[in-house]
Design a protein around this ligand. Structure first.
Ligand SMILES: Cc1ncc(COP(=O)(O)O)c(C=O)c1O
Length: 479
């Protein structure tokens, strides 16, 4: 590395840290190697001692290096050395009724229990969310609306909020107008309404698998059947399998989470997103695109949405603020394309409109709350947490454990030894006040009995360390 090659003072330490991270990833610097002293680093890179310290602090925060008292910094972890990925299981080529209600109810019963080390959480920890700024926006909304937000909002939603949603679409490559947006009570309501708009009772829909259990519940609730399309832990939805399913079944809609699927954390490539839209367009099948996690990317750029490639209005884009800002405010939206009127009518019939106060507050926050700044910190925190949790999983779980490598979001998909029944594991873990989500509820037909979803939405702590250590012990006992 040559001296004085950096220009932007602000990010100097990040550039130095990135360079070192690449050396660790490429095993030029190996686990246990001593790093240059801060003085040597500063001389070698032509940076100040303060900047050299910052670079080391940054890498330390990411769990890649550690400082040893009176000795200096050492390489601690190489995240290229991940364990094997979970196996991709092919669903049978059949259409299924869905029935996961009882299992999910039993998990929800204690999902929010206090004094539990919660690895089942479906949201980032509240400490990572900007509560004080959101509170200010609520007060602003109350004081500045003509009726104190007591009256109904329009069915389509608060205009200022729709303007902000339209602005956010630039991030994923969209050019959306506020008139195209329908505000919903969270993303799941958006998905449900889109499904309702394009299917009738008894119809068949294609769903990527494994996927979020709420999607299966919506399908079940509407009396629909599913054909499951396997998703790969690296590439996401298998497009060949989708094409085969389209030939075999009268598929009326397709549901996918292309960006950081829950539970896999996988992101489809732009090329595959484009192909997916070509396939559904050729077959005239609406695609319900759930982009709840799109903003939570660990890489540099926000991934695009399939909606970008939509030329016929067949992509029904759904998203929300639940995973990035305020899950309890229940603010989501749909961009239903050519099914706009149907979805709007369903929204009106279902619940007239979403709550006025939270819409006005979120509109104000998005306009004034430095959302981008918050997202930057949240992404960084989640990425760091993913590395910390991964280290502990490698340390505490049996060597045959297979773990996904999320590139965004906050969940690991973990395949355990076949002897482990994850429902039994959950019961045992709850005796120690530790919760996880068994894999079985992420499919209607595949037996994911030896899989779990483990959330790293909580900042790393002694509790998390203890929880994973105990889980590892219980798994070993069950194996
Ligand atoms: C893929 C996916 N879609 C939708 C939701 C629900 O989102 P919301 O709370 O905005 O309804 C979740 C929550 O876990 C999810 O994982």
């Amino acid at each position: 590395m040559k001296k004085n090659q950096f220009n932007s003072e602000d990010h100097l330490y990040l550039q130095v840290a990135d360079g070192l991270e690449k050396m660790i990833a490429g095993e030029v610097l190996r686990i246990g190697d001593k790093l240059p002293s801060v003085r040597v680093l500063s001389e070698e890179y032509g940076i100040s001692m303060g900047t050299a310290f910052q670079a080391y602090y940054h890498l330390e925060g990411r769990g890649l290096i550690e400082s040893r008292p009176k000795s200096g910094y050492y390489v601690r972890f190489n995240h290229q050395r991940f364990p094997q990925l979970p196996d991709q299981v092919k669903p049978d080529a059949l259409s299924h009724d869905v029935s996961v209600k009882e299992m999910i109810a039993s998990i929800y019963a204690d999902i929010a229990a206090k004094d539990v080390i919660n690895f089942a959480l479906g949201v980032p920890d509240p400490s990572l969310l900007p509560a004080a700024k959101i509170n200010k926006s609520v007060v602003y909304a109350l004081r500045n609306s003509k009726d104190h937000c007591i009256g109904y909002e329009h069915t389509q939603g608060n205009l200022e909020l729709r303007q902000q949603v339209a602005k956010l679409s630039f991030n994923w490559g969209g050019k959306i107008k506020p008139e195209e947006v329908i505000i919903t009570s969270g993303c799941l309501e958006a998905v449900m309404m889109c499904l309702k708009a394009v299917t009738n009772h008894g119809d068949t829909v294609a769903v990527e698998c494994p996927t979020y259990f709420g999607i299966y519940q919506s399908i079940e609730n509407l009396g629909l059947k599913v054909v499951e399309i396997q998703a790969d832990p690296v590439d996401g939805l298998d497009l060949d399998a989708l094409q085969k399913a389209i030939k075999k079944f009268p598929i009326k809609a397709c549901v996918a989470v292309p960006n950081f699927n829950n539970p896999l954390g996988t992101c489809m490539s732009d090329e595959n997103k484009k192909k997916l839209v070509e396939i559904i367009t050729k077959n005239n099948i609406p695609l319900i695109e759930d982009d709840t996690y799109g903003e939570l990317h660990f890489g540099k750029n926000r991934p695009k949405a399939c909606k970008v490639y939509d030329t016929k209005g067949l992509v029904m884009y759904c998203a929300s603020l639940s995973k990035s800002l305020a899950p309890g405010y229940r603010i989501g939206w749909a961009l239903p394309g050519k099914f706009f009127e149907q979805v709007k009518q369903i929204k009106r019939i279902q619940n007239i409109s979403s709550p006025s106060l939270t819409q006005a507050a979120m509109a104000h926050y998005l306009k004034n709350g430095r959302y981008e700044y918050h997202l930057k910190n949240l992404r960084k925190a989640l990425h760091t947490q993913s590395l910390r949790y991964m280290q502990a999983l490698i340390e505490y779980f049996p060597a045959d454990t297979k773990i996904s490598r999320p590139t965004g979001g906050f969940t690991f998909w973990i395949e355990l030894n076949k002897k482990v029944d994850s429902f039994k594991l959950r019961t045992e873990a709850m005796k120690h006040k530790i919760s996880i989500v068994p894999g079985k509820i992420f499919s209607a037909s595949i037996d994911y009995s030896n899989y779990i979803r483990l959330s790293f939405g909580k900042p790393w702590s002694d509790d998390a360390d203890y929880g994973l250590m105990m889980l590892g012990k219980i798994i070993k006992k069950l194996t």
